[in-house]
Design a protein around this ligand. Structure first.
Ligand SMILES: Nc1ncnc2c1ncn2[C@@H]1O[C@H](COP(=O)(O)OP(=O)(O)OP(=O)(O)O)[C@@H](O)[C@H]1O
Length: 251
């Protein structure tokens, strides 16, 4: 296990507001990491910075063996370097079947020439991906008729098709039934056995099931880090996050 992502002294100000304030922390490979914190703590902005959607005012984000500074790379280069991101809302091709969606995701990793030829192992890979995200029984169904949770899983499968080294997942449990949440936890735990997976989540029950190291962000910096029990016992975390009525309702 070694550091794959190293965020050092990163700051980002929007219209005079410091959304990220001298943020430093690292993520190992493989590792499953949860990021929690109150609304506006900078969790999504952190993901925007890693993926190149937003540029920091200062600081570095080093990635991989070559310690490349992601803040100097384009969004496309960062994606090519093996960083995948799942936004809160699922974005699948609703008119295509589950199988077609996964096939397209596999092809997206290939060049324009090889994409024209069907590789012999493609159906096996689609079947394997579908199994990994619990969609084996829905391969020939149109994605548009899947439940919200199943669409989320399909998108996770499409991201896994690209074999990311670092997968960033923003609030996967939102809008899911409790059974769907449980399956999502299992999926993310499994995916994190061979890569780094960073999950932003407000649902504390979901975070507990992830059973991983937790980073608490507050006002754009790390407030606490460690096991969920460790951070939940921290009076500063209770004060700014867990003690608040709206978050306590989730916990
Ligand atoms: N592009 C932007 N322009 C202006 N302000 C922004 C921009 N992106 C984020 N912010 C501000 O930065 C702060 C941090 O936002 P961010 O979305 O990262 O928080 P968060 O921890 O993800 O919150 P939530 O839990 O509500 O999703 C917020 O005050 C937000 O309004």
């Amino acid at each position: 296990m070694s550091a794959l992502l190293e965020v050092s002294g990163v700051s980002k100000t929007f219209d005079g507001f410091k959304a990220i304030n001298n943020l430093s922390f690292s993520v190992n490979e493989p590792e499953l990491r949860a990021i929690i914190g109150p609304n506006g703590a900078g969790k999504t902005t952190f993901m925007d910075l890693v993926t190149g959607k937003t540029r920091p005012d200062s600081g570095e984000i080093r990635y991989g063996e070559l310690s490349r500074d992601l803040t100097k790379l384009s969004e496309a280069r960062i994606a090519q370097a093996g960083i995948g991101r799942k936004f809160q809302k699922p974005t699948v091709f609703e008119d295509q079947t589950v199988s077609e969606n996964l096939t397209m995701a596999l092809k997206a990793t290939r060049n324009p020439v090889t994409v024209l030829t069907k590789r012999p192992d493609e159906s096996d890979r689609v079947a394997d991906l579908a199994a990994r995200v619990g969609l084996s029984d829905t391969l020939e169904q149109r994605a548009g008729i899947l439940s919200h949770g199943q669409k989320q899983w399909l998108e996770i499968g499409m991201l896994l098709a690209q074999e990311p080294r670092l997968l960033l997942v923003d609030e996967p449990a939102a809008g899911m039934t409790s059974a769907e949440r449980e399956r999502t936890t299992a999926m993310l735990v499994e995916a994190a056995k061979t890569r780094a997976v960073v999950v932003i989540e407000h649902d504390m029950e979901f975070v507990r099931r992830l059973n991983c190291r937790v980073t608490v962000l507050h006002e754009g910096s790390v407030l606490a880090e460690g096991s969920l029990d460790h951070v939940c016992a921290d009076p500063r975390v209770i004060d700014v996050y867990l003690g608040r009525p709206e978050e306590a309702a989730d916990a």
